[in-house]
Design a protein around this ligand. Structure first.
Ligand code: NAP
Length: 248
């Protein structure tokens, strides 16, 4: 039996994780904590895995506490740049027996989209990303878009591609999006959306569009449950659910 605690349990994602864990054979929900609840109650609770879907501002303090207290963690909260990843890596190195998974996207289709986009990036001169989310999202660009762009930018560098064609000389602030590596990322926030992303690649005489749509938060749960099971046997920091899918 895997004992699970959820942080951010009253949030949109956290509430879905609570339901998924309760419905899952072989898992027990030990605690469902939200803003204002003390993490101290996790000590001695028998929690094997903590799942964090809180906020980019709260997540680092949560991780310090749970990792330093020997609990494995599955992190869905976004907003992890290289600096934040390095902080978590440092905490992990002091607690080498603890498993930590940080996944910018738990939707299996989105993980595949990232993989396809990185593969395609070798072959096209131009590439940009449009990510579209509900307007309550607090960080931009999305963690998925940032991760996709980084993978694509790394792939372009490895392929020795030169700078993308772009004759823009004047532009309004933000008109060409934000940059991750050499990839422009455009963020859209619209009521009615959940989480969507389009990767557009272009070469002479052709374009390729790779699109993923998360239509319901339930679509993230198979990935979260996979993460909970796998993190127990993979000590250290793992970034991206794809690593656990390869080993499945
Ligand atoms: P949300 O509805 O705002 O939920 C966040 C919850 O965490 C809220 O209930 C919030 O309480 C609570 N919270 C804030 N600080 C906390 C703390 N220190 N300890 C415990 N709980 C705390 O947001 P959401 O839509 O569920 O998204 C949560 C995070 O997951 C975001 O970073 C989002 O980008 C990310 N996300 C990731 C994936 C993925 O696949 N990796 C998918 C979707 C979303 P208050 O409302 O009272 O502040």
């Amino acid at each position: 039996m895997i004992n699970v605690a959820v942080l951010g349990a009253k949030g949109r994602m956290g509430a879905e994780v609570v339901k998924a864990v309760e419905a899952q054979d072989g898992m027990t929900l030990i605690a469902a904590l939200d803003l204002g609840d003390s993490l101290e109650q996790l000590i001695g609770s028998g929690t094997h895995v903590v799942v964090d879907f809180t906020t980019p501002d709260a997540v680092i303090d949560n991780l310090k506490f749970v990792i330093n207290n020997g609990m494995n963690v599955v992190v869905g909260t976004t907003g992890f740049d290289e600096k934040k990843i390095a902080i978590v890596d440092g905490i992990c190195k002091q607690n080498p027996e603890v498993g930590v998974l940080i996944a910018p996207n738990f939707a299996i289709g989105a993980v595949l989209m990232m993989e396809f986009a990185a593969k395609a990036a070798h072959y096209f001169e131009s590439a940009e990303i449009i990510e579209l989310h509900h307007p309550d999202k607090v960080d931009a660009p999305s963690g998925t878009a940032a991760r996709t762009a980084q993978l694509m930018s790394d792939a372009r560098k490895a392929a020795g591609l030169s700078a993308m064609p772009d004759a823009t000389k004047t532009s309004l602030d933000g008109a060409r999006g934000s940059r991750v590596g050499d990839i422009a990322v455009h963020s859209v926030r619209i009521l009615g959306l959940v989480a969507h992303q389009e990767v557009i690649l272009g070469g002479v005489g052709q374009t390729l569009t790779i699109r993923h749509d998360s239509l319901d938060r339930a679509g993230f749960m198979p990935g979260v449950l996979l993460g909970i099971r796998k993190v127990l046997t993979h000590p250290g920091l793992t970034h991206g659910l794809d690593k656990f899918m390869e080993r499945d």
